[in-house]
Design a protein around this ligand. Structure first.
Ligand code: GLN
Length: 200
C-alpha cells in the first residue's frame, strides 16, 4: 500500500460504501497505481478518476445520499472525471434502469438501459471468456447477479459482448462492465482504465 502511495501518476478513488471495493484496491495496488477508498466527500480531494464497484446498487444509492457523496461525485462526473463502473457500478452509471427500486438513483453517465439481475435465476452467476476490444487474448469474466444490457445508445462503444449482449461498453469517459473484472488476477481492464488517465 505504502509503496503504491509513493508512485507517480494519477490517483484512483474506489467508492467504498459497500460491496467489492477492496479487491479493486488490491488490483490497483498490484499495478502500483495510487488508489484510495472513498467513503466521504473529503476523500475526493486529489482524486483523478473513480471506480464504482459491484455490490448492491440499491444500498449504494441510499449510502450515496447518507454519506453526502452523491452531489460532489455528480459534479466531478459532469466535469469529465473518468469512471469505471462494474456490475452494481454499471447500474449506477446507466441512463435507464429496469427492475430497480423506485427510489434508487444513479448518475446517468452511459446511454444504456440495463435490467437489474437481468440474467435470471438460472444464470444468477456464471463465468465466461470474453473477447475484448483492445486485448490480445480473452478476458475471463465473472458475472454475479449481473445487470443485462437491453439497449445501447448510438454513441456508445461496445467493447465486449456475451451471446450478442453488450457486457463492456464505453460512453465518453465512462466505461461500464456487467461483470467483475476485479475478481480475477487479470489486471488488463484496470490497466486500460489507468492508461486512459495517462492520456494513452
Ligand atoms: N444485483 C446487484 C444490484 O442490483 C448487482 C450485483 C453485483 O454487483 N454483483 O445492484
Amino acid at each position: 500500500m505504502n509503496r503504491s502511495a509513493e508512485s507517480p501518476g494519477p490517483v484512483v478513488g474506489v467508492l467504498a460504501l459497500q460491496g467489492a471495493f477492496s479487491t479493486h484496491l488490491d488490483r490497483l495496488a498490484s499495478l502500483n497505481v495510487k488508489a484510495r477508498p472513498v467513503t466521504q466527500p473529503e476523500h475526493l480531494k486529489g482524486v483523478d478518476a473513480l471506480i464504482l464497484p459491484g455490490g448492491e446498487s440499491t444500498t449504494m444509492s441510499m449510502l450515496l445520499d447518507t454519506s453526502g457523496l452523491r452531489e460532489p461525485l455528480g459534479d466531478l462526473f459532469v466535469d469529465g472525471m473518468p469512471v469505471f463502473g462494474t456490475c452494481a457500478g454499471m447500474i449506477l452509471c446507466a441512463s435507464n434502469v429496469l427492475d430497480g427500486r423506485p427510489d434508487q438513483r444513479g448518475f446517468d453517465l452511459v446511454d444504456v438501459t440495463v435490467r437489474r439481475n437481468g440474467y435470471g435465476r438460472q444464470l444468477d452467476s456464471f463465468e465466461t471468456d470474453l473477447n475484448v476490444a483492445g486485448l490480445a487474448s480473452p478476458f475471463h469474466a465473472v458475472f454475479i447477479r449481473a445487470p443485462r444490457v437491453e439497449h445501447v445508445g448510438a454513441a456508445v462503444d461496445i467493447l465486449a459482448t456475451h451471446d450478442g449482449v453488450p457486457v463492456l461498453v464505453r460512453d465518453g469517459t465512462c466505461t461500464v462492465a456487467a461483470f467483475h473484472p476485479e475478481l480475477t488476477h487479470d489486471t488488463r481492464l484496470h490497466e486500460l482504465f489507468v492508461a486512459q488517465l495517462n492520456g494513452n
